[in-house]
Every structure is written in structure tokens, then in C-alpha cells.
Design a protein around this ligand. Structure first.
Ligand code: 5GP
Length: 140
């Protein structure tokens, strides 16, 4: 059985402004910010503002809003990072690799021949994340 949503998860804290992030985009229903351990340059996380653990318990209207924002971020990421491809990735529950239990979609720019870095691998330099968030905001 799926556990219930815990508002103390790290993305809940980011949404409430309790911990910082490099914001890329926000609207009434969604929020997008840089992944702190990017698998590629421009790796962005898109989350709904309403609480859910993942796609298994999310309201369909939040799923629609999040994927719509992921589409917007994808277009900006292709432009900002000159990326010919975009990987959209999403994990449901621990057995599938989920680490943070607030629904999120990974939007990851891809280039031929450049391997993805490991999931939750190395922390990026904050100045680089700031620069990448600025590039994405400009391209939106
Ligand atoms: P998942 O739950 O999809 O398996 O992975 C969670 C993702 O959140 C990872 O890609 C990880 O790098 C990212 N992440 C974990 N903690 C933080 C944080 O404090 N800030 C940001 N911006 N990203 C985080």
C-alpha cells in the first residue's frame, strides 16, 4: 500500500521557501527549479504545488499541469542548451528509484554521445546552477 504524503519532504520545504533553490518557472499550479545533482547541464525538476507523493496518488488535473510545464521547460532547455533531445523521467516509490516523495518530473537535456551522470550523484556548483537557471528563464 502507498504511504501518505509527508509535508516535511525536501520539495515541500522548497515550495514553502524554507530552503533555497534556483527557480526556473512558476505558475498557479506548478513550480520548476534546478536539480541540485544534475545528470546533465540544465537538469530541471517540475513539481505541482498541490501535495502528492508521485503519479500514483496525484490528482489528474495536477498531472496535466505538471506535464504541461515540463513541455514548456523542455522547449526552453532545447534552446538554452542547444539540445537535440530531452529526457523526461519520473520515479514512483522507492522500489522504482524515487528518493523525494513529492511528485516531480525530471527534464534533462540530452546530446548524442554524452552519457548521463548517475542519478543523485554529485552536487553541482551553486554558481553554475544559478547560471543555468538564468539561461532557462531567458529561453522561456
Ligand atoms: P527521485 O526522487 O526522482 O529519485 O530523485 C530526487 C531528485 O531530487 C534527485 O535528482 C536529486 O538530485 C534531487 N534533489 C535531492 N535533494 C534536493 C535538494 O535539496 N534540492 C534540489 N534542487 N534537488 C534535490
Amino acid at each position: 500500500m502507498t504511504e501518505s504524503y509527508d509535508p516535511e519532504n525536501i520539495f515541500g520545504k522548497i515550495l514553502r521557501g524554507e530552503i533555497p533553490c534556483h527557480k526556473v518557472y512558476e505558475d498557479d499550479l506548478t513550480f520548476a527549479f534546478m536539480d541540485i545533482m544534475p545528470r546533465a547541464d540544465g537538469h530541471t525538476l517540475v513539481i505541482p504545488k498541490n501535495p502528492s507523493r508521485n503519479t500514483l496518488d496525484a490528482d489528474p488535473s495536477d498531472l496535466a499541469a505538471v506535464i504541461t510545464t515540463a513541455q514548456k521547460i523542455s522547449a526552453a532547455a532545447m534552446k538554452a542548451f542547444d539540445a537535440p533531445g530531452i529526457l523526461i523521467q519520473q520515479f514512483n516509490e522507492q522500489a522504482a528509484g524515487q528518493v523525494v516523495f513529492h511528485l516531480h518530473f525530471h527534464v534533462i537535456p540530452r546530446h548524442e554521445g554524452i552519457k548521463l551522470k548517475p542519478h543523485t550523484g554529485e552536487m553541482a556548483d551553486q554558481d553554475i546552477l544559478k547560471l543555468h537557471a538564468e539561461k532557462l528563464r531567458t529561453a522561456l
